[in-house]
Design a binder for this molecule. Structure first.
Ligand SMILES: Cc1ncc(COP(=O)(O)O)c(C=O)c1O
Length: 386
C-alpha cells in the first residue's frame, strides 16, 4: 500500500520520529484549514454561534474513540498542559508523596517537582526492573515503592525515553485498592494501543493527539474521573463559555479560554476518520512489523539486547535499541546533517539508545538506509577509554 501519498513530507528527509512530532496527513491539514477559513471569513458568527456546537460534537467523537463519556473530557493544547492542570488541581499537603517511575518524561518530572515543592510534598522515583520480563513484576516493583504517604502515582502509558508499554490497567487497579490516585501520561498511546478510559480505571489521563493519531499540532485532551472534576482549576481564567453564561460543570470552564485559533482541535475528527478508514489493525500490523524489523537489524548491528521482550504487549510502533556507550550528540545531529535521517538518540539511565518510530508512511527501505549510516557514524566515534 502506498500510504505515503497521504502525507506531504519533505522528500529530502527520512522521517523516523513520528513519536516526537507526528505530521498530520493531508486530509487532516485540509480540515484544519477549512476551520480556519470559517473563522477568518466571519469571526463573530464563528466564535458566537459555530464554535460551541462544533466543540461539543468533536468532544463526542473523541470520547467514543477513547472509551469514555464526553463529560469527562476537555481539550487542551497538548499533554503538557493537561499534566500541568492536574498538578495545579490535585490536592497535596506537606509530607505527601507523588510516585513516578524512572522512565517518565523529563518535563513531567519538572511539573511534579514544582507542584510538590510548593506544598512541601515529595516526588519519589521508582526504578523499574531491567530488562523487563513480566507485567506482574513491573506492577509489583511500582507498588513496592508505595508508602502510607503516597497520594498519587504518575506513569506513562507508553514511555518516552524507552518506548515501553507499561501495564497501566494493572497499576490503576492495584493503586485503587490502596486508595491511591493515578494519573496516566498517555500521549504515545492513542492509536498504538486501544485507549479505553472508563475500563482503564485511572483518575486522570493526559494525551496529545498530535503524536500517533496525527491530528494537527496543538491538540490534546485531559480526562478526569467525575470525583475529581469539581477540583479542576483552569490555568487561565476566562469566561469559560462565550457568550458568557452560567457554568454548569468543570468542562464549561474550558470551552472559551480567550480569543484563539480553535481549528486544530476542531480537526481532530478528521484524524480519527483517517486512521479508521485505514483501520487500526492495519496500522498496527504495518507499524509493528517495521518496528520489529528495525529492532532486529539494529541489534544485529550493535550486538546489544533491547530492554523489553520481543512481544507486541511491550511495544507497537517504536523500536528502542541500545547503542554502544556514548553521548546523544553529535550522533543525532550527524544522522540528520550527513544522511538526512531524523531520529532521536536518547541518553537514559547512563546508557545511549536509539528510538525508531514507524508510521504508515515509513517503509523498510528507510530502515535499510539508517543501518549503514549508523554503522559509519558509530565506527568513526572515538573508542571509550578502557
Ligand atoms: C511520555 C510523554 N509525556 C509527555 C510528553 C509531552 O507531550 P507534548 O509535548 O505533546 O505536551 C511527551 C512528548 O514527547 C511524552 O513522550
Amino acid at each position: 500500500m502506498n500510504w505515503q501519498q497521504h502525507w506531504r513530507l519533505r522528500p529530502d528527509t527520512i522521517y523516523l520520529n513520528h513519536g516526537s512530532f507526528g505530521p498530520p496527513p493531508i486530509p487532516v491539514q485540509q480540515a484544519r484549514l477549512e476551520w480556519q477559513h470559517k473563522l477568518d471569513e466571519q469571526p463573530m458568527d464563528f466564535f458566537l454561534r459555530q464554535l460551541e456546537p462544533a466543540w461539543f460534537a468533536v468532544r463526542d467523537r473523541l470520547a467514543k474513540f477513547v472509551g469514555t463519556t464526553a463529560a469527562n473530557l476537555i481539550f487542551v493544547d497538548n499533554a503538557t498542559v493537561g499534566m500541568n492542570i492536574v498538578a495545579d488541581s490535585f490536592r497535596l499537603s506537606a509530607g505527601d508523596e507523588v510516585l513516578l517511575t524512572n522512565h517518565e518524561y523529563g518535563a513531567v518530572e519538572r511539573i511534579w517537582d514544582r507542584a510538590c515543592g510548593l506544598v512541601g510534598a515529595q516526588r519519589k522515583t521508582v526504578e523499574l526492573p531491567l530488562p523487563f520480563t513480566t507485567a506482574a513484576e513491573t506492577v509489583d516493583r511500582i507498588m513496592s515503592a508505595v508508602t502510607p504517604r503516597t497520594k498519587l502515582i504518575v506513569i506513562s502509558h507508553i514511555t518516552s525515553p524507552t518506548a515501553v508499554t507499561l501495564p497501566v490497567k494493572e497499576v490503576c487497579a492495584a493503586a485503587r485498592e490502596r486508595g491511591i490516585a493515578t494519573c496516566i501520561d498517555g500521549p504515545h498511546a492513542l492509536v498504538q494501543e486501544d485507549v479505553a478510559l472508563d475500563a482503564l480505571g485511572c483518575d486522570f489521563y493526559t494525551a496529545s493527539c498530535h503524536k500517533w493519531l496525527s491530528a494537527p499540532f496543538g491538540t490534546g485532551f485531559l480526562y478526569a474521573a467525575p470525583v475529581h472534576q469539581p477540583n479542576i482549576r483552569p490555568p487561565y481564567l476566562s469566561w469559560g463559555r462565550l457568550p458568557p453564561t452560567k457554568l454548569n460543570n468543570w468542562a464549561d470552564e474550558f470551552l472559551w479560554s480567550g480569543t484563539r485559533d480553535y481549528a486544530a482541535i476542531l480537526a481532530i475528527p478528521a484524524a480519527i476518520d483517517f486512521i479508521e478508514s485505514i483501520g487500526l489493525k492495519t496500522f498496527r500490523a504495518h507499524a509493528h512489523s517495521l518496528a520489529r524489523y528495525a529492532r532486529e537489524k539494529l541489534c544485529e548491528l550493535t550486538g546489544l539486547e533491547p530492554i523489553i521482550p520481543d512481544d507486541p504487549a511491550w511495544y507497537c510502533s517504536m523500536a528502542h535499541v541500545p547503542l554502544p556507550p556514548g553521548s546523544r550528540q553529535p550522533l543525532q545531529e550527524n544522522l540528520w546533517q550527513q544522511f538526512h535521517i531524523e531520529i532521536p538518540v536518547v541518553e537514559w539511565n547512563g546508557g545511549r539508545y536509539i528510538r525508531v518510530s514507524c508510521h504508515l508512511y515509513n517503509e523498510q527501505s528507510q530502515v535499510d538506509k539508517l543501518l549503514p549510516a549508523l554503522r559509519e557514524l558509530l565506527g568513526k566515534e572515538p573508542k571509550p577509554a578502557t
